[in-house]
Design a protein around this ligand. Structure first.
Ligand code: NAP
Ligand code: F7E
Length: 325
């Protein structure tokens, strides 16, 4: 039985990846950090099938301990301070976790078991103010936030450890991927959850920032398969994972409101508080290397993704309404 360690188990991607690996017969070890209240909501249905271990990307000793005690064959480093907006307010913490955290984990691997296969969750935010359209594995980086800058560091330290120590370390440059399990602060889920509240009469408006940015949005459930495929290759490498389509925040609003018979223009209010000091205007990835080498293709089209999230949030808000006081 193969053993996989997932950092960031409690996040959106961690939960989908854990399900994916359990289905393939893996022993899944999920790293979680200590919190005063449990936040296992996303993994609740599979919690008993996973070995949960405590560790923190800020604490290298905890990572070495996990390596020695649990001897994983594959490590998926999904843990990060992942919210771009917060990265301006907490730039140092973002760097400690999202950048140096990768080095701490790679150090632990290098010292404990160099045969481990390692996946780093890199991001399209590294392309930032894009210098090429569409973006490929060879497009130069131009990050536009402390988060983007931290991910660039995490990406290059992964490449460096691969080249320095011959580690099987791969980096997936994933474009935005969403799901009903997306955090409520990210724009897609903020939209679908609030549209559901408006439709149920629980909210009167939706306050958003810039409606013009365009993103290449895919479904998280499709993207975790690509992470796994990267670690099954004979040679480690870097791959862009994307749909090859781009849509604006406004288009997302139009679709989501339209799905429940509402006109977005009557409900959306623009609010300075959600504008960013520097914006990423346009992201669109070219996933052809992943298609050719990994045989990976996205399965969920954009309207399907919006519909999946809308249906889930309509049901969730409906349940909240009918719950006895
Ligand atoms: P997410 O939902 O924000 O999950 C982040 C996870 O990291 C959570 O489990 C969180 O734990 C954990 N974490 C944060 N700080 C930690 C620390 N110091 N030590 C250990 N764990 C820590 O993110 P996601 O959307 O699943 O994304 C997964 C990864 O892919 C992240 O690295 C993200 O930056 C990257 N990425 C995401 C996208 C996307 O569109 N989703 C695209 C490209 C790259 P708590 O639950 O305790 O907070
Ligand atoms: O913003 C605009 C905002 O926060 C998308 C993370 O998973 O994907 C994610 O980063 C766009 C931006 O995601 C609001 O300005 C407008 O242009 O959903 P988001 P993100 O910043 O693209 C990348 C690939 C990652 O790696 C990250 O970890 O939407 N926008 N109004 C808004 N965004 C938010 N959050 N809230 C608004 O009210």
């Amino acid at each position: 039985m193969k053993r996989a360690l997932i950092t960031g188990l409690t996040g959106q991607d961690g939960s989908y990846l854990a399900e994916f690996l359990l289905d393939r017969g893996y022993h899944v070890i999920g790293m979680v950090r200590r919190t005063s209240t449990l936040n296992f909501e996303r993994v609740a249905p599979i919690q008993d099938d996973i070995e949960i271990v405590q560790g923190d990307l800020l604490d290298e000793t905890s990572l070495r301990h996990i390596m020695r005690e649990h001897r994983p064959d594959e490590i998926y480093n999904l843990a990060a301070q992942s919210f771009v907006q917060t990265s301006w307010q907490q730039a140092v913490l973002t760097g400690e976790t999202t950048a140096l955290g990768v080095t701490r984990l790679l150090n632990a691997i290098q010292q404990c078991d160099q045969d481990v296969r390692f996946y780093q969750a890199s991001s399209s935010e590294m392309f930032g103010k894009v210098v090429e359209v569409p973006q490929t594995e060879n497009t130069p980086f131009y990050p536009r936030s402390p988060y983007g800058a931290a991910k660039v560091y995490g990406h290059w330290i992964t490449v460096n450890f691969r080249e320095s120590y011959d580690l099987h370390a791969s980096s997936g440059i994933l474009f935005n991927h969403e799901s009903p399990r997306r955090g409520l602060e990210f724009v897609t889920r903020k939209i679908t959850y609030n549209v559901a509240k408006i439709k149920h009469g629980l909210a009167r408006e939706l306050r958003l920032g810039d409606l013009d940015p365009q993103r290449d949005w895919g479904f998280a459930g499709d993207y975790v398969e690509a992470m796994w495929l990267m670690l099954q290759q004979d040679e480690p490498d870097d791959y862009v994972i994307a749909t090859g389509e781009t849509h604006s925040v406004q288009e997302f609003c139009e679709l989501a409101f339209g799905m429940v018979g509402l006109d977005w223009r009557e409900w959306v209010v623009q609010d300075e508080r959600y504008m960013r000091p520097a914006e990423v205007d346009l992201l669109i990835g070219d996933p052809s290397k992943a298609a050719t080498v990994l045989g990976w293709k996205p399965r969920t089209a954009f309207p399907e993704l919006v519909a999946m999230m809308m249906e889930s949030d309509m049901e969730l808000v409906g349940r909240q309404l009918t719950r006895p006081a």
